[in-house]
Ligand binder design. Structure first.
Ligand SMILES: Nc1ncnc2c1ncn2[C@@H]1O[C@H](COP(=O)(O)OP(=O)(O)OP(=O)(O)O)[C@@H](O)[C@H]1O
Ligand SMILES: [Mg+2]
Length: 256
């Protein structure tokens, strides 16, 4: 299902972006992004001068062993954490130029998040969970409700709208989480091991849905995963290794 392998920009195998060659319409740009953590006095570098550019509606898989920094990179791209060095732009907006309130607004406007644990609100119905981001924005008007219904329909759960999440299977709950992540039409969907809690067959169906929806909505996707098979749903795959991003060559026949 690897449909295309976009040619990386010449400056870096991972599809880098320098000030001079960066495409203006990119969904996500990381320029020389660095992140370290301290353990006592010792600095541990997790990400070292990472360059990355993701085009609108492009789907990119992020592979790497446990502890390689996949979630760290996703958190930086989503404005949940800040880098020590470098610049991050989402839809052309420089996150480093935003104060805390600005970052919160940016997150609400431009980023959708999906995690391994679905993080649905148990006391709310399926429809209320998907509505929540719009309600936060004061946008749960007629158009907002239509948007919620449209998404529930597209994830195949329109008839379960009034139920509570604990009545749904894991795959169904992740479909609700996906609908919630997309309800604001984000520029960038960040998915951190979104199928890590699902069996293989259910994972496949959730990934196929993520694939279809992201394409239809024009949302770029950066998905951290341990699974080559999951990565094969994306347009291209990168691997984090000792702080650096490398191109992972995936051939469709390699997907088990
Ligand atoms: N707030 C923090 N303080 C100190 N170290 C941290 C912090 N957050 C992450 N780390 C460390 O950074 C490294 C990268 O963590 P990260 O969660 O990004 O890895 P990952 O690739 O997502 O791993 P996994 O596949 O297990 O989810 C790990 O060694 C982790 O212990
Ligand atoms: Mg992680």
């Amino acid at each position: 299902m690897l449909r295309s392998m976009p040619v990386p920009s010449p400056s870096s195998a991972a599809g880098a972006a320098s000030e001079s060659n960066r495409s203006p319409g990119a969904a996500l740009v990381l320029e020389r992004v660095g992140k370290s953590y301290f353990e006592g006095d010792a600095r541990r570098t997790i990400l070292e001068a990472i360059d990355l550019e993701i085009a609108p509606a492009e789907r990119v898989a992020l592979l790497g062993r446990s502890g390689s920094g996949k979630s760290t990179l996703l958190n930086l791209a989503g404005g949940i954490d800040r880098p020590d060095a470098g610049r991050i732009l989402v839809g052309g907006e420089d996150l480093g130029a935003l104060d805390e309130a600005g970052v919160t607004r940016f997150r609400r406007r431009s980023v959708g998040l999906v995690f391994q644990a679905f993080h649905l609100v148990p006391v709310l119905t399926v429809a209320e969970n998907v509505s929540l981001p719009l309600e936060f924005d004061g946008r749960l008007d007629r158009a907002g409700r239509a948007r919620v219904h449209e998404l529930l329909d597209r994830v195949g759960l329109a008839d379960r709208a009034a139920e509570h999440p604990d009545h749904l299977s894991g795959g169904e709950q992740q479909r609700v989480a996906l609908a919630r992540a997309l309800v604001r039409r984000p520029t960038l969907l960040l998915a951190d091991e979104p199928t890590g809690n699902l069996d293989e067959e259910t994972a496949e169906s959730v990934l196929a849905l993520l694939d279809t929806l992201a394409r239809e909505e024009g949302t770029a996707v950066l998905m951290a995963t341990h699974s080559i098979r999951s990565a094969a749903h994306c347009d291209r795959a990168l691997r984090l290794d000792h702080g650096h991003l490398r191109v992972e060559t995936l051939q469709p026949q390699n997907a088990p």
